[in-house]
Ligand binder design. Structure first.
Ligand code: SF4
Length: 311
């Protein structure tokens, strides 16, 4: 896999813990990555879970993505019991020469929905945030919109917007983003706050960006609800409190589902420290871990084929 086609300053893969360790974005898979993945999946036989496909940009390498989907699909006959299948993407590969092949692969895989990142409804503003590399076609607004509509025809589409200064930060911008998202074919829009970090993170450029550019979800949501021009016709659907996140789900009068979501990494670390397993992460280096830190809470190391305990 290559470095991501975008270079978002807030990319959580570049966060580093003060107690050391590699950042996930720097891990590169060994040649036998898919053998290791198959092995890890067979060890999860009967475990109920959902596929959550993220990490760098899977669609940047079409052959890699096709092989990943084939490996996961093959495991479903004698591996984990899969509820939802979700891919997180910036859309780059779907706008490339293999876009159609990838779209068809999403359908035959039975993707439940796609989470497509775009952090502003104007191309230039989005590019200032996502900083796609020069040759990446999806940076262009018209290309993105066309690609999003093609994807929406293939699979349920959620547009994901990370709130931030210089991006979506005000109620009027929320309203403009929502009407643009509908035109792109999205059935759902997710507004996410920057994750709240605890003191266990190193003060690197990513952590500083999160601090400086943060937009408070609570304040923005309250401002939207107070502004009839923005929230007229919204109906509240549900409020979910997860183990380290909460989200409020509502519906606009023209049928768009809107989710406001916030996550607290401090709460997540507290839960993970209990030793209970809340999530399974298969890293590019072939380790299956119970959290987002490479080399920590290793459950299975497919490089050595030995099971490990908590460290
Ligand atoms: S698109 Fe996602 S993986 Fe790529 S740099 Fe942005 S946040 Fe990171």
């Amino acid at each position: 896999m290559k470095p991501c086609s975008a270079r978002c300053s807030f990319c959580s893969e570049n966060l580093r813990k003060t107690d050391g360790g590699a950042s996930a974005s720097r891990l590169r898979p060994p040649p036998d990555y898919f053998d290791g993945l198959s092995h890890a999946l067979s060890a999860l036989r009967g475990v109920p879970l959902s596929w959550s496909l993220s990490g760098l940009e899977t669609s940047d390498d079409a052959n890699w993505m096709l092989r990943l989907l084939r490996t996961l699909a093959a495991s479903e006959s004698d591996g984990p019991v899969v509820e939802n299948r979700v891919l997180y993407t910036n859309g780059a590969g779907f706008a490339g020469s293999q876009g159609e092949v990838l779209r068809r692969a999403l359908q035959s895989f039975g993707m439940s929905w796609l989470e497509l990142s775009r952090h502003h409804h104007e191309g230039a503003v989005n590019q200032a945030i996502m900083r796609f590399r020069p040759e990446i076609a999806v940076a262009d607004q018209a290309v993105f919109e066309h690609t999003a509509r093609q994807l929406a025809d293939a699979v349920a589409l959620r547009l994901v917007c990370i709130l931030q200064r210089g991006g979506i930060a005000q109620p009027q911008e929320v309203a403009a983003y929502l009407s643009w998202a509908r035109q792109c074919g999205a059935g759902t829009v997710v507004f996410r706050e920057f994750s709240r970090l605890d003191e266990s993170y190193r003060d690197n450029a990513t952590a500083r960006y999160l601090r400086a550019q943060r937009v408070s979800m609570d304040a923005l949501l309250a401002a939207c609800l107070d502004d009839p021009e923005v929230s007229r016709g919204w109906s509240l659907e549900s409020l979910t409190e997860g183990y380290y996140f909460w989200n409020l789900r509502l519906r606009t009068e023209n049928g768009l589902t809107v989710v406001f979501e916030s996550a607290d990494y401090g709460a997540m670390h507290e839960r993970h420290a209990t030793g209970d397993v809340y999530k399974l992460v298969y890293f590019a280096d072939g380790q299956l871990c119970a959290g987002w830190e490479p080399g920590h809470d290793v459950l299975l190391d497919t490089r050595t084929m030995e099971s490990g305990g908590h460290d």
